[in-house]
Write a protein that binds this ligand. Structure first.
Ligand code: C2E
Ligand code: MG
Ligand code: MG
Ligand code: MG
Length: 274
């Protein structure tokens, strides 16, 4: 970093901004090769039924193993892939890989796959997904798609059309990060979701913030009124679990039950840490 002769604060930032822009361009260029070079991996995080205490399914979470930079979080490369359009290839890779792996599990649990709002822009989305299900041989009833509210706000008619097609195929649809988007109630009203996932930020604040706790209670009550099961994201300790149980939450997911890990072997005593 050099201070230019022109002078003050701003000049300290310019080289950095260039550096950031360059790094981002480089990452975008590398991202194009991530799928063909086999640099993506899926990890799976268990979801627990609080009624039975059993694992009810696994969410597939993508990781990019960059040849030079090592593992990169989806929070850092999915938005980039959405900008460049690489999200289409990545989304199809994720679906195919999740279906192939889930087929080899020894119990027919559901696999949940995240869908980017941008994927709805793909005209052939439904046909491509249908083809991947046929090709991999996974029963559609074992697939759940996780969609955020943003996906529905951007082009509501298109999104609802796609969601109805998925449902007609036998795929279930969960609303992800619920409570963080806009027009949540309108979204719920427009489509028969199979699950509501409360964003982890509410649980993280619940112990110290009466407002956050009130929101959790409201979403649970909403789920009961609509007969839609509610899953709480981000359970990290026993206190949070006890609270969710006493409030009548249906399912939970979080580090307390298991971090995202390699494809589950269901021979392992998964209930051990419950
Ligand atoms: P998400 O779908 O809401 O996934 C949950 C995120 O919370 C995951 O982060 C997970 O590792 C993390 N998490 C789970 N339990 C806990 C907990 O107890 N505490 C805390 N602090 N975090 C927890 P991850 O794997 O980094 O993924 C981040 C986001 O990236 C996902 O949020 C999802 O929006 C997106 N994403 C991940 N995989 C895919 C994918 O295959 N396709 C698309 N389009 N997006 C993906
Ligand atoms: Mg998700
Ligand atoms: Mg989420
Ligand atoms: Mg999220």
């Amino acid at each position: 970093r050099t201070k230019s002769s022109i002078g003050h604060t701003v000049c300290f930032f310019e080289p950095d901004m260039d550096e950031n822009a360059r790094a981002r361009r480089q990452l975008a260029a590398d991202l194009r090769h991530a799928v063909p070079n086999g640099e993506l991996r899926l990890l799976y995080q268990p979801q627990r039924s609080l009624m039975t205490g059993r694992v009810s399914g696994y969410e597939a979470l993508v990781r990019w193993h960059h040849p030079k930079r090592g593992p990169i979080s989806p929070n850092d490369f999915i938005p980039l892939a959405e900008e460049t359009g690489d999200i289409f290839a990545i989304g199809e890779w994720v679906l195919r890989e999740a279906c192939l792996e889930a087929r080899n599990w020894d119990t027919p649990l559901k696999v949940a796959v995240n869908l980017s709002p941008v994927q709805f822009l793909q005209q052939e989305l439904i046909e491509r997904f249908r083809a991947i299900l046929v090709e991999t041989g996974l029963s559609p009833s074992r697939l759940e798609l996780e969609i955020t509210e943003t996906a529905i706000i951007t082009d509501k008619l298109r999104a609802l059309h796609c969601l109805r097609q998925f449902k007609a195929m036998g795929v279930s649809v969960a609303i992800d990060d619920f409570g963080t988007g806009h027009s949540s109630l309108d979204t719920l009203h427009s489509f028969p979701f199979d699950k509501i996932k409360i964003d982890k930020s509410f649980l993280q604040r619940a112990e110290t913030s009466p407002q956050a706790l009130a929101i959790i209670r409201t979403v649970l009550s909403l789920g009961r009124s609509l007969s839609v099961p509610v899953l709480a994201e981000g359970v990290e300790n026993e206190n949070q679990l006890r609270m969710l149980e006493s409030e009548g939450c249906d399912e939970a997911q979080g580090y307390y039950f298991g971090r995202p890990g390699p494809a589950p072997s269901l021979d392992l005593p998964l209930a051990a840490n419950f």
